[in-house]
Design a protein around this ligand. Structure first.
Ligand code: S3P
Ligand code: PEP
Length: 413
């Protein structure tokens, strides 16, 4: 399937109201915590495939085989969760790509705690055979430069261990705001969490102090509307369920897109934000370190290209092990549009360009963010997106939302 996208500037929409689903990251953490503390109630849960798969996996008592498809966070969180479920036996597997996404650092840390995990295929990668057991408490060490999801996975089960857990993180800490999010949710639940330098200590918890949680809408998904406003002539968009004090690191979009001509107004009374165009002269070149916000790298690269701005995006080492190798995918697809892009293992450099090739078909490589990052370019040129249904991994109503902001969407088979 291919979605042909275009925009008619004569019929441009001036203002759109959009409701984005709940944060996938907050939802997935709260579901694991709810499995450990059933009194937890969750509002505005994400309707993403990844969250639904995690929810089904936690409910499933009938089958030993759990297939989590492309959901990396769910894979990592469930590895820790099932390892600590005494008497439970599961095989945790996923898509072909999931079998290439590493888990050995997490498996080694869990084995240190007494977990019984075996690799059913290639050493270091899913599928995993897990036999749940009572894990020990105490201290463990883990390298923190590959994925923060391993650390969040350990943190989420920590309050259920008899004497809690201390995690000592080695090396640079990547995607740090996601670890902070996990710590903050644990604290809201009533856990004692001490995070100092490279060490996090979580005390055990019997009964949650707080049991009602409302998930904020997803900031990574909001990035596509920032890009739409930046690339449009004068569109403004109000997005529901967003707040200034966010747990999500991707809320840094507010500051990043200010540089790309998008202003954010927080409407505190109704918990919404309004994005509108700001009359500034754009920079010729933008330099950003995105090690704290890897999921918005694709959006920013495409926005810069659409605006004709050059950029140097660093801190991108985790992009190679996500739904696809996002650095290679970005370079390949942006070059088809006429961009000059250089990549290394952790860096993307885009030269300023004046033209965008029209009618190009973008491959998405089973990566929702490839589809969503390129879609707003339709404000500038006709573009097609292959396998547009991939968006459901995080944002099932994405195409309806794009229509609402003025992008015409036509399916070709
Ligand atoms: O904990 C989370 O919810 C996530 C952590 C990040 O992964 P890494 O820490 O592997 O970069 C991010 O890319 C992912 O989409 C969600
Ligand atoms: C990397 C992502 O998700 P995950 O690692 O959970 O598959 C993402 O949503 O961009």
């Amino acid at each position: 399937m291919i979605a042909a996208l275009s925009h008619d500037s004569a019929a441009a929409i001036e203002h759109a109201h959009i409701e984005v689903t709940g944060s996938k990251s907050e939802s997935n953490r709260l579901l694991i915590l709810q499995a450990l503390f059933p009194q937890i109630e969750i509002g505005n849960l994400s309707n993403s495939d990844d969250t639904q798969l995690l929810q089904q996996a936690l409910k499933n008592r009938d089958s030993e085989l759990i297939d989590i498809h492309h959901a990396g966070t769910a894979m990592r969180f469930l590895t820790a969760y099932f390892s600590a479920q005494q008497g439970r036996k599961v095989v945790l597997t996923g898509s072909e790509r999931m079998k290439q996404r590493p888990v050995s650092l997490l498996v080694d840390a869990l084995r240190d705690l007494g977990a019984k995990i075996d690799y059913k295929g290639e050493e270091g990668y899913p599928p995993l055979q897990i036999t749940g057991t009572t894990l020990r408490s105490g201290e463990i060490e883990i390298a923190a430069g590959t994925s923060s999801q391993y650390i969040s996975a350990l943190l989420l089960i920590a309050p259920s261990l008899s004497d809690g857990l201390t995690i000592r993180m080695r090396g640079m800490i990547t995607s740090r705001p996601y670890i902070d999010m996990t710590c903050q949710l644990l604290q809201q639940l009533g856990c004692s969490v001490i995070f100092s330098e490279n060490c996090i200590t979580v005390e055990p918890l019997d009964i949650p102090v707080e049991s009602k949680f409302t998930v904020e809408s997803d900031w990574s998904s909001a990035s596509y509307f920032y890009s739409a406003v930046a690339l449009s002539e004068g569109l403004s968009i109000t997005l529901k369920n967003y707040k200034k004090e966010s747990l999500q690191g991707d809320s840094n979009l507010v500051h990043i897109y200010e540089k790309l001509g998008v202003e954010t107004r927080f409407n505190s009374a109704e918990s919404s934000i309004t994005l509108s165009k700001k009359d500034i002269s754009l920079p010729k070149h933008l330099e950003l370190d995105l090690a704290k916000t890897p999921d918005i790298a694709q959006t920013i690269a495409v926005s810069c290209f659409g605006l004709g701005i050059g950029c140097k995006l660093s801190g991108l080492h985790t992009l190679k092990i996500k739904e696809t190798d996002r650095l290679v995918a970005l370079q390949t697809e942006m070059q088809k549009l006429g961009a000059t892009v250089q990549i290394t293992d952790n860096l993307l450099q885009l030269s300023p360009s004046e033209a965008i090739n029209s009618g190009i078909s973008i491959k998405t490589y089973n990566d929702h963010r490839m589809a969503m990052a390129f879609a707003p370019l339709a404000f500038k040129e006709k573009i097609s997106i292959e396998e547009p249904e991939v968006v459901s991994k995080s944002f099932p109503s994405f195409w309806e939302a794009m229509t609402a902001v003025g992008i015409t969407y036509e399916i070709k088979r």
